[in-house]
Design a protein. Structure first.
Lengths: 417, 417
């Protein structure tokens, strides 16, 4: 056991929001508030930006009940940021400022809740603090609906986004098929490089109420093959439901959404009118399908903020990840990210263990959907994926409703002097 | 009490699907199955189309448990249709065929679940049956997320769509505000003529987590005023969240979505590339807002099929509406639609009574959002609307989940000989 380190803790949120980043952050806050070694708990306004600006919210002054609502409140309650620290050997300005703010509040614990870039930020700050001899324990708490972080079995946020996508695909499947006329419906999921989110549409298909075709960026997209895939299904059933990842690209690496951009449309002001991938695909497909009716559906922001249909498994794991970060830091650990390890209990059922990863290993590495989870034709998922994904979407979220709508946390956000 | 009429019943679904049309239909089916006067219960495949084609599913052969799942299964489980009967004095062909099929199965009860057009269909068939002296009781069971049916206080389907929109607006509100950089986000709801759906965004605003500005088609949309509304809010807060109804139009009656169509874009195949209203607005706004970041979000099909966040009040009322239609028909009533009357219980709390409306009054009349529910400026809702809407979105749906996703009904659909 390392020697006790007594001081304040700060937690920050970074990168794109999710349904459960607040659950992780609450795991940090709750555990830190309860820990005798931690004298005060701050929430950084807009991540690292709040530290640089010395805008730290005093978590000790928040109502316990409101804090608890963070478990089921989507988005980043403390505010997020996309800010990349320069290397300290290039420019030390930011690091000096961070040190100054840490010293001012006697901050000895820094928890950063985010994706790849956030782990990179953690790692850089940690190295600097070690170099200048300021004792401080720094832990990364992962977050990304993209599920693309290195090492960890899965990422906090993914299960909830996957549950939203699978559920919504089932609902759209039922909706898009009600008429006795033909219908082709294209659903677009986020995922520029990794197809994890789109893969979740495969859960709906697995249960017989999902897309006929699913395309991920892990395999090159062949437009002619796509048209013949859709034709085959549409001609035999009169319907075709397709899920696509925004990042699908052809064998030359060109994004399909750019196919539309070519002939595209400049408006009266000289701006290119760029649509999303789903509507681009619909426009590209129309000439091949006579009078078929088309619909394009974008899951847009909803796939990352629909906390009302979050996975309770994801919520609880996220909380545990934040909690573990604090417990480990207090016990002497630093420079690690708390990820997940999949294990099984005595009955062979899914269990999720917490596992520490080196920050420097995680930063800037991407995990894609393994090819064994994608079918040969590149237009669907295999059972390997279903096996992987199902445990992550279990359990319905214990949302507090008030007046018929979710009661999300409302923090006071009192800035510490 | 009218003389008992013994025979089979048929129920059909028509028009756009909703989260609760199956709940109404289940109200009909369950009650009809339990009624001694009703000898058999059929579900028409794709509404009136299924009657014309004599494709009637035998509801007596369905599992009770599956039928019960209809309560929380979105979309039209029997299949829907958009088919307008000609007037019988113009062309009797369809009517003769309907009579033939009714006679074949001894159908004495016809329940039609749908919107304006469906009430029109009911009314026409009823008149024909009376003319030819075929004894038959015909009842309309309302349905429309648009909430625009005449007479009834509100429409089955509206509460659920409103709950989805209010909840999603709150979630998007939290999501769209996380960064410390500027953001303008336009959310588009359905509603070509009536703004009821978009109005539901006002519920989120009422609770402090919704759009800053809301525009309905009931008031003329002034683009310059709109730009200055957005500028005022964006310049003072750095964010602006807007909800718009797809049918907003200027004082000359021109749809705003057509503003985009003008300079629009023809692709390589000569097709006009038309975006939705939200993306059109974003393109029109960009020149006025320098480097602001924009997002357009379309609630698309989700707003009418997101059964997982349906209003349980809506589900139960819808069931009751179907149930009442059967009980009334059996007791001798015909030619009516079962709508809602708002009353209060002894404590002054909302209660929803069932009320009968003449089919011919309902057909082809539209109810818009009254101006007293819209603010003076035409960019938000008044408390009158909130008072009206809140009772309709209460209660969370008792969805059955299986493997982490909703377990929707799967009917056998055995076609009756």
């Amino acid at each position: 056991m390392a020697k006790a380190l007594v001081g304040a803790a700060v937690v920050g949120q970074s990168g794109g929001p999710s349904s459960v980043i607040n659950a992780s952050t609450y795991g940090v806050i709750r555990t830190a508030l309860d820990d005798p070694n931690i004298t005060r708990v701050f929430g950084a306004a807009h991540g690292i930006r709040g530290i640089l600006d010395d805008t730290l919210y005093d978590m000790n002054q928040e109502d316990e009940k409101e804090l608890e609502l963070l478990l089921h409140t989507p988005s980043s309650a403390l505010g997020s940021v996309r800010y990349k620290l320069k290397d300290s050997d290039v420019d030390e300005t930011d690091y000096k400022r961070i040190l100054e703010v840490f010293k001012k509040h006697n901050i000895r614990y820094f928890f950063y809740n985010g994706g790849n870039d956030s782990m990179d930020t953690c790692s850089k700050i940690s190295k600097y603090m070690q170099k200048v001899g300021y004792e401080c324990r720094i832990m990364g708490v992962p977050k990304t609906i993209d599920n693309d972080l290195f090492g960890t079995d899965h990422c906090p946020g993914y299960g909830s986004a996957a549950k939203y996508i699978a559920t919504t695909c089932m609902e759209v499947y039922l909706d898009a098929r009600v008429y006795d006329s033909g219908m082709i419906c294209i659903m677009e999921c986020m995922g520029r490089h990794a197809g994890w989110l789109t893969a979740a549409a495969g859960i709906a298909s697995y249960f017989g109420q999902g897309p006929d075709l699913i395309y991920l960026p892990e395999k090159d997209f062949d437009f002619d093959k796509f048209i013949s895939d859709v034709k085959r299904i549409y001609e035999s059933t009169g319907k075709c439901l397709v899920a696509v990842s925004e990042g699908i690209h052809d064998k030359d690496g060109k994004f399909i959404v750019e196919y539309g951009a070519e002939n595209a449309p400049v408006d009266a002001f000289g701006h290119k009118q760029l649509g999303g991938l789903a509507s681009t695909l619909v426009n590209l497909m129309k000439p091949y399908f006579g009078k078929a009716k088309f619909r394009s559906v974008e899951f847009s922001l909803m796939q990352r903020c629909a906390a009302h249909i979050a996975s309770e498994t994801d919520v609880q794991e996220s909380f545990n990840s934040g909690k573990t970060a604090v417990l480990e830091a207090v016990s002497g650990v630093t420079d690690k990210m708390v990820g997940y390890e999949r294990t099984t209990d005595e009955n062979g059922n899914y269990k999720c263990g917490m596992k520490l990863f080196d920050l420097s290993d995680v930063a800037n590495t991407e995990k894609k959907v393994p090819l064994e989870m994608i079918n040969e034709e590149g237009n669907g998922l295999t059972d390997k994926y279903i096996e992987y994904a199902l445990p992550l979407i279990q359990g319905e979220p214990k949302i507090t409703f008030e007046n018929g709508v979710p009661r999300f946390a409302r923090l006071k956000k009192i800035v510490a002097e």
